[in-house]
Structures are given as C-alpha cells and as structure tokens.
Design a protein around this ligand. Structure first.
Ligand SMILES: [Zn+2]
Length: 386
C-alpha cells in the first residue's frame, strides 16, 4: 500500500547531490510504499497514492539515528547526579553501582527497562538506535545484556571493555577477548572499548578491538572524553568508522581524523550532565572532519534519550549550525553505523521519518525542551510502541 504525505512545509532529504547540506525541498510531498520511500519532490508534482496524509505545512525530517547508547542497565543514580550538580564529591560506586544492579536484574526486568527507554526515544524522533552492553562485565551478564538489546535493534555493541570490574586488568582483558567475546559475538554487530585513563590504555584497547574484528565484529571506540589521550589516534590508525566523545583533541588528533575519514561522534549530553567543557565541533567541521551527534544515553554521565536536546546543545554550545546539527543527528549517525538505508529520505531508503510541529528544522534548536516531534514513522508506519 502507498501513502502520499503532502503539504510538507519543509522536507529534509539529506540528498548528497543537493546544493545545500540538508537537501531541503519546500512545499514538498513524499510517497511511502510499504517500508520504503518511493518518491520525494514538490507537492505540485506528486503522483497519486492509495492513501493521503496532510502534513499541514509542518517540517518532515529523516528519523534520528542515535549511534551511541547504553540502555541495558538497572538501578538509579539520581543521587549521584544531584550531588555532582551541588558541587559535592560523591563517594558512591559510580559505574560499579550500575554493574551490581544490572547483574541482579532478571532478563525480564532488563527488557522492560530497555523497552521503556526505546519508547521514550521514538517519541522524540529516534528511529534507529545503537545499544551497548557494558554493565554486566561477566561472561553471562554481557551475553544476556546483548541478547536483551537485540530484541530492539540490529545495532548491538559488545562493550565488555567498559571498566575493569575487579582484579588484574590484563587478566580481565584476556577474559574480554576470550570466553566473554565468544559468548557475546552471536548477539553483537560491533565491539567497543573505553580507551581512557582509569579504564583501558591504547594497547589494551587495540587488543580488544583486534580480537573482536577476528571474531567478525566491527570495531568502534570511546576516546578522549576525560582528557587528552591516544584513543583518537588509535581509532584513526585502525581506520574505524567512528570514534566517540572526542572532547579533548590535539591538532594531531584532528589531523589524524581528517586523514582517516573516521567520524567524530560528539555526545553533548555528557558535557551538559557532567558540567564539563564541550568538544570543539566548530574546529572539527572547519578542519574537514565528519561529525555525528548521539545521546550516549546512560545512567551515569548522560541520562537523556533526546536527540532534539543534543541538536539544541550542538547549536547553542558547540557552534554548529542548525543544518549541521540536524545532518549530524541523521545522515552522519547513519554513516557512523555504516548504514546507507537510513538517515536520508530519498527513493529506495527506509521510510523512517519525523513530523515536527514546526515549519522548519531550525526550530529543533530554536525551541529547546519543547516536544516538537508529533509523529515518528518507522518503515512506513507510525510507531508509538516498541
Ligand atoms: Zn558511551
């Protein structure tokens, strides 16, 4: 069955052939056929379809592609956040608190919690989400975290190398690259590591990613979040699709990213929630580095599921234009997941789209905190439940 969505005030296509970054068509229409986009263009030229929907002059965008989240967890760390905001040092266990609660939770409890967060994301326009493990940190708990995530997305990432839960770091890396990898690999597409002082150094991260690649997983990396370090250069050297955080970068890091074509995925919800300096998105873009935006939704450092918030922060705090921020949250999010079927609205692409109660994409940054997403369509259907 085909559906014509017409009277679209502004259609963001992300057509790479267009003169403008977002490939905007004004007074537009779009035809959905089954799960895919069949046609886009001027409303005046639209072909007939089985059904017709009037967008009432609203803006229509590709659904957001959130390429970085940690949704599989249990427990609550609101007290830690409140203490941090009050300027108090907080002595509780941080990530280890979440690990303990996650290990105790049943599969059903974890599944219900992910379902709630995915629904929250859909209501805010996210149509593709990557979900990491990383709060189990045992063979059994990493494997079941990924099995839970797989019920919601193909974009699952094994993050056994999140922190060393206890004991000797080298022994833990041997576990992560041995029995834990074997148990996790059937449920994962990607492998990730947290390359940072206090987590894993460059050699350990390299060992983890190399083992994952040998097991058929695609590597990605958390790097340069808390301070300068070797992670971003490692990502560039390994030719990774994306490296995430990129808050503390040297000129050499920026140069390496540009040369390798590795996407810098910026996660401004983290800096917002931890009161840290934001990454220099403007310098990256001006240097010709590809930039994506994602939520990093997690209970410790960024418990937001909102891509519109990330867009608003990118514009207000990181000096991206509204068009750059929307592009980074859609087309570049898709590129950061090596996907070409989502992130744009062109014939043949998946009909994953967002209808804003606003005339243009600029309103996502201009009206922060306002629930502008009125409809989210996934594969040609309005999607309100996971
Ligand atoms: Zn993360």
């Amino acid at each position: 069955m085909s559906i014509l969505i017409t009277n679209i005030g502004e259609l963001v296509t992300n057509d790479p052939e267009a003169d403008d970054l977002l490939g905007i068509i004004e007074s537009a229409a779009l035809v959905v056929d089954g799960a895919k986009v069949a046609w886009v263009g001027s409303a005046a030229d639209a072909p007939a379809a089985d059904q017709q929907v009037d967008a009432g002059g609203r803006a229509v965008l590709p659904g957001f592609v959130d390429s970085h989240s940690h949704l599989v967890f249990a427990g609550d760390r609101a007290a830690e956040f409140a203490a941090r905001m009050a300027g108090e040092s907080y002595a509780a266990g941080g990530i280890r608190t979440t690990v303990a609660a996650t290990r105790q939770a049943t599969d059903e409890q974890l599944t219900a919690h992910v379902a709630r967060l995915v629904l929250e994301m859909r209501r805010q326009g996210t149509t593709t989400v990557e979900i990491k493990s990383g709060y189990g940190l045992t063979v059994k708990d990493e494997a079941r975290s990924l099995a839970v995530a797989r019920q919601f997305t193909e974009e699952t990432t094994y993050l056994g190398a999140h922190v060393v839960p206890d004991g000797d770091p080298d022994e833990y890396v041997a576990l992560v690259t041995g029995p834990m990898l074997e148990a996790a690999a059937p449920h994962a597409r990607w492998i990730d590591a947290f390359c940072e002082t206090g987590a894993f150094d460059a050699d350990q991260a390299r060992t983890v990613l190399t083992a994952g690649a040998a097991a058929g997983l695609s590597p990605r990396l958390h790097a340069n979040q808390l301070g300068p370090g070797p992670g971003v250069r490692l990502a560039a050297e390994l030719g990774l699709t994306a490296v995430d955080h990129c808050t503390y970068l040297s000129d050499d890091d920026v140069h390496a990213l540009r040369e390798s074509g590795t996407i810098a995925t910026l996660l401004p919800g983290v800096e917002f929630s931890t009161r840290q300096p934001y990454p220099d998105a403007r310098a990256l873009l001006d240097a010709g580095v590809a930039v994506a935006l994602a939520s990093d939704c997690n209970p410790g450092s960024s418990f937001t599921s909102s891509m519109p918030l990330c867009i608003a922060l990118a514009v207000r705090e990181m000096r991206m234009t509204a068009a750059e921020a929307v592009h980074a949250a859609t087309a570049m999010g898709a590129a950061a997941l090596d996907r070409d079927d989502v992130g744009s609205l062109l014939a043949g692409k998946r009909a994953d789209l967002v209808v804003l109660d606003a005339p243009t994409h600029v309103h996502l940054a201009y009206r922060p905190g306002v629930p502008l997403v009125t409809q989210t369509w996934i594969e040609g259907h309005p999607a309100t439940v996971p």
